[in-house]
Design a protein around this ligand. Structure first.
Ligand SMILES: Cc1cc2nc3c(=O)[nH]c(=O)nc-3n(C[C@H](O)[C@H](O)[C@H](O)COP(=O)(O)O)c2cc1C
Length: 181
């Protein structure tokens, strides 16, 4: 079961820099992109930035649809994460090919979230900047949720949830230790 998380804690879902799957949509097209480049930008109000190459299909959908959802995959989804990061939605339906299930979002009407993910952040596109060959899309989170067994006291319990980290190229690592100091 996923439970709603306070917007003031939205940064805690991606604070560690874990790889995310971003869903977007416009008219009858929806898509998934794998992203390693993202960041919380402000706490009050909550603002999150994602960096997407201008040539990617997702950039087109986010610019036109003006919304996106950050979905949090765990280690069990690594193969699907790689698939979504190596194929373009211009050529394939990644929901179908990666066998990821579209689920109705809690607030956004057009963009689906991914059922198999352990959390999601629904964002309205508030602004964007062209920076080199990427767009920095600036999103205002309007609804955040996380698996209650895995996200405790506003922190991912990495002794139970292995988040995915991208080292570059074909190299990944997972979070498996949870240390309190
Ligand atoms: C682990 C991983 C991380 C990635 N991170 C980013 C990223 O931060 N920004 C980006 O623009 N592309 C990133 N990519 C590449 C895109 O996911 C990839 O080019 C994708 O096929 C684009 O899909 P689209 O054309 O359907 O939008 C990453 C790929 C992988 C495998």
């Amino acid at each position: 079961m996923k439970e709603e998380i306070s917007l003031s804690r939205v940064n805690r879902l991606i604070n560690s820099g874990n790889v995310i799957l971003v869903t977007s949509s416009y008219k009858d097209r929806s898509n998934i992109i794998t992203l390693a480049w993202h960041s919380p930008i402000s706490i009050k109000p909550p603002v999150i930035g994602i960096s997407v190459a201008k040539t990617h299909f997702s950039s087109e959908l986010i610019l036109k649809g003006e919304e996106f959802i950050i979905n949090i995959p765990d280690w069990s989804l690594l193969d699907k994460v790689i698939y979504c990061g190596k194929h373009s939605g211009r050529d394939v339906d990644k929901f179908k090919e990666a066998k990821l299930t579209k689920e109705k979002a809690n607030r956004l009407i057009r963009t689906p979230k991914i059922f198999e993910c352990i959390g999601s952040i629904e964002c309205i596109l508030r602004d964007y900047k062209e920076i080199g060959d990427h767009y920095l899309f600036i999103g205002e989170p309007i609804y955040v949720e996380a698996e209650s067994e895995l996200f405790k006291q506003d922190i991912w319990d990495t002794s139970k949830a292995d988040l995915i980290y991208h080292l570059g190229s074909n190299f990944f690592m997972k979070s498996s230790k949870f240390i309190e100091k």
